[in-house]
Design a binder for this molecule. Structure first.
Ligand code: CS2
Ligand code: MG
Length: 413
């Protein structure tokens, strides 16, 4: 069974997605997610110009060999663009293999280790009343674990705060559409003050625990904004509120930063949504500096790479907490869910819920019931792409915001 066609489909049903569609000589179709938020066309070009020509005529069954060819053969290894491109090919080939086997992918990964994957949702609010409303909405939606982000007094719009959170909508940053400079799309700029944030966050978690009790698993994302000693202080000050995890407390590329944090706090740590290789975790695992892996299948080289990464994590007792924002497409989300069900060291799965428009383009078979996600039992990944619907949503450049300190200095984001 050879690969006869591979095409890149770009669509923007509310936000941008890049999908690779591979077709085989037997007429089987596989899908892979290659979306890198804000840099979508770079991956599309990497695939179309450099990867697709190599795929035509290759044996579709040889997934490991294809992965190694694309990784080692390019000479230039790693990086988000390269690894997202490899991920898309890898996911599509696993989709094909599982469809040919007439099995949901998790069966080929070893079968089910659990009946469902615990999901966490995103509650947020500019102030406490709005945050409480958002938490209640998420509890009503069935979530049994919740991430908490709030506004900080004295700062304006900041990362992670939805405009309509009470209605269950997450923030969806598409500021480029509203922020044009001489007709050119530009990122929105936000103002940040870490000291103000550090003063405020513990008061929020105290209020949430007082209102919602000790049981509910609570998570928080620091979005890489703290120095090691600041993160250590935050972790310590949040200990009374028993967090499930503190995410991305320090900049992602600095693995040894977490040594300082770890020395000072027992708050569990999660990191890795901007990582793209198992090597990004080498120090973190071997020195036992983290508790949860935040990588996305889409940005880490696909199912093949993610399975190996999670097995490496298991050696050190580290669990999964795969990235599941709305900029990972439903195809990438489905790939995560098959791994969630199959692996032993599952921890939790982020679930931000795609918009109705996105789900019109990507027809999914995964379910969310009683707080648990399940990939479904359709053969393959279980996601179809409606190409007619996709074509109706034209690509529009959009960027994540950038973050500046009060004096204008560009800060981590
Ligand atoms: C966030 C993401 O889900 C998360 O934890 O950090 O929303 C992140 O900002 C985006 O995926 C970036 O593209
Ligand atoms: Mg995050």
């Amino acid at each position: 069974m050879q690969i006869t066609e591979a095409v890149v489909i770009i669509t923007s049903p509310g936000r941008n997605f890049v999908t690779l569609k591979i077709t085989t000589s037997d007429g089987v179709v596989g899908l892979g997610d290659a979306t890198v938020n804000g840099r979508e066309l770079a991956v599309a070009s990497y695939l179309t110009d450099h990867v697709v020509p190599m795929l035509i005529g290759r044996e579709a069954d040889n997934i490991e060999d294809t992965w190694q060819l694309l990784y080692r053969g390019a000479y230039w290894r790693r990086g988000p663009i390269t690894m997202a491109a490899i991920a898309a090919v890898d996911m599509a080939l696993w989709d094909i293999k599982a469809k040919v086997a007439r099995m949901p992918l998790f069966q080929l990964l070893g079968g089910a280790s659990r009946t469902g994957a615990l999901a966490y949702g995103h509650a947020s609010g500019a102030d406490l009343p709005a945050l409480f409303d958002s938490i209640r909405t998420h509890l009503d939606l069935g979530f049994r674990a919740i991430r908490i982000q709030t506004g900080v007094p004295g700062l304006g719009q900041i990362y992670g705060i939805g405009s309509d959170t009470a209605a269950g909508e997450r923030y969806d940053y598409e500021p480029a559409r509203r922020n044009l400079l001489d007709g050119r799309p530009m990122p929105v700029e936000e103002v940040w003050d870490t000291r103000a944030y550090l003063r405020h966050v513990p008061t929020v978690f105290e209020a949430v625990r007082n209102e919602f009790g000790p049981e509910l698993p609570l998570l928080h994302d620091g979005h890489h904004r703290m120095t090691p000693i600041q993160a250590a202080r935050l972790g310590k000050s949040l200990e009374p509120y028993d967090l499930f995890w503190l995410e991305d407390c320090t900049p992602g590329e600095d693995q040894t930063a977490l040594r300082t944090v770890r020395e000072h706090t027992t708050t569990p740590l999660a990191i890795g949504e901007v990582f793209n290789s198992v090597y990004d975790y080498q120090t973190l695992f071997t020195e036992r500096l983290v508790d949860y892996v935040r990588s996305a299948v889409t940005h880490t080289g696909g199912v093949t790479a993610m399975k190996k990464l999670l097995d490496f994590a298991a050696v050190y007792g580290v669990k999964s907490g795969m990235h599941g924002p709305t900029d990972v497409s439903p195809v990438g989300m489905a790939a995560a869910l098959h791994l969630d069900i199959a692996i032993h060291n599952f921890g939790i799965q982020e679930f931000m819920q795609h918009s109705a428009a996105t789900l019109e383009v990507f027809r999914t078979s995964y379910t969310f019931e009683g707080g648990l996600l399940h990939p479904g039992t359709a053969p393959g990944l279980g996601v179809d792409l409606d190409e007619t619907a996709a074509a109706a949503f034209e690509y529009t450049p959009a960027y994540l915001p950038v973050n500046r300190l009060r004096d204008g200095t560009v800060h981590d984001w």
